[in-house]
Design a binder for this molecule. Structure first.
Ligand code: NAD
Length: 318
């Protein structure tokens, strides 16, 4: 039986689909430095990765029978695509499977900072018994999301999932995407069926100027951050920023400055410039809600990722 190496793990349902199709699946991790030799010695036909394992020319050229690299998730930054093409190795990924989960995490950050939960959760266990009233005062003056303007930068899969939920919350939604003039959104309202909405995109500057909350859902920019001092200057005073796309979309030093000046009231960050060693000042900042890049990390998303990946890998091998 041909071997598939799921080097960063795979959901049990995806593993079962691969095994039912006649493959052996190894989920024990092979160290990066041993990977090329392992593929060759074990005649691995497919390697499945998330973001941790790097697939370079060394792995791709190690065994002529290697047919597929499967990337669980969206980004392909950890795979040498040119070398894959040169070696006749097909690369597949699962771009849509985690959109709902990422969009829900964005809202979780937004609800968190709107009511100072990041501060309460850190401080209540420490001073909740002795300084309850003081803490209550510092966590007051929250705000409601209903009626606020959400600006979405990048209205692709995740941006659209977020737009639908925000409209459901009664937020006004505006979006910027240089490649999409408008999107049709179908909101499923429980017991009432679908409500269709058309959202026309606006300029980047219009989002910067008009939004109370700006959330980023773009690929990692090639030419430096999309948002630094110049863009912060155009935003509303007291704006909220959420980034669950890629580290580097927002310049972190500029963000800290904008938080200090009050231009940015709060931020929610799931991604960082220097993962897995993020800038320390971001992690304990009282007005930043932080998560360790877990946008796609729900049971539902991982099951969808595993199933979609397994089906695509089988199709590519046959
Ligand atoms: P997508 O390709 O469906 O959408 C991205 C959108 O960005 C596209 O519509 C594209 O036209 C637009 N875009 C490109 N350049 C732009 C620019 N300069 N300004 C505005 N819009 C621009 O991708 P997606 O699935 O929605 O993913 C969005 C981002 O989220 C990606 O960076 C992805 O890697 C990241 N992501 C993060 C997590 C996480 O765990 N936090 C999980 C999945 C995806």
């Amino acid at each position: 039986m041909a071997l598939i190496l799921a080097n960063d793990g795979i959901d049990s349902e995806g593993k079962r689909i691969l095994e039912d199709a006649g493959f052996r699946v190894q989920t024990d991790k092979v160290a990066q430095q041993d990977l090329a030799d392992f593929i060759k010695q074990n005649e691995v036909v497919a390697v499945l990765v998330r973001s941790a394992t790097q697939i370079t020319a060394a792995e791709l050229s190690s065994f002529g029978g290697l047919k597929v690299i499967g990337r669980a998730g969206v980004g392909l930054d950890n795979i040498d695509l040119k070398s894959a093409e040169a070696n006749g190795v097909t690369v597949v990924n699962t771009p849509a499977a985690s959109s709902q989960s990422v969009a829900e995490l964005v809202l979780a950050h937004l609800f968190t900072v709107s009511r100072f939960l990041q501060l309460s959760n850190r401080e209540m266990p420490v001073t909740g018994l002795t300084e309850f009233s003081k803490l209550k005062k510092s966590c007051s003056k929250g705000f409601e999301l209903q009626g606020k303007t959400l600006g979405i930068i990048g209205i692709g899969r995740i941006g659209q999932a977020l737009a639908k939920m925000a409209l459901g919350l009664g937020m006004k939604v505006i979006a910027h995407d240089p490649f999409i003039p408008e999107v049709g959104l179908s909101l499923s309202v429980h017991l009432f069926g679908d409500v269709d909405v058309v959202l026309k995109t606006v300029s980047f500057d219009d989002v910067l100027k008009e939004a109370d909350v700006i959330s980023f859902h773009v690929p990692k920019p090639k030419d430096g951050a999309m948002v630094s001092d110049t863009e912060f200057a155009k935003m509303k005073h007291g704006v909220i920023l959420i980034n669950a796309s890629r580290g580097g979309v927002i310049d972190e030093v500029s963000l800290l400055k904008a938080l200090d000046s009050g231009k940015v009231a709060a931020a929610g960050l799931d991604v960082f410039e220097n993962e897995p060693k993020p800038r320390a000042e971001l992690l304990d900042h009282p007005r930043i809600s932080v998560t360790p890049h877990i946008g796609a990390s729900t049971n539902e998303a991982q099951m969808r990722v595993g199933i979609e990946l397994a089906e695509k890998v089988i199709e590519a091998i046959r």
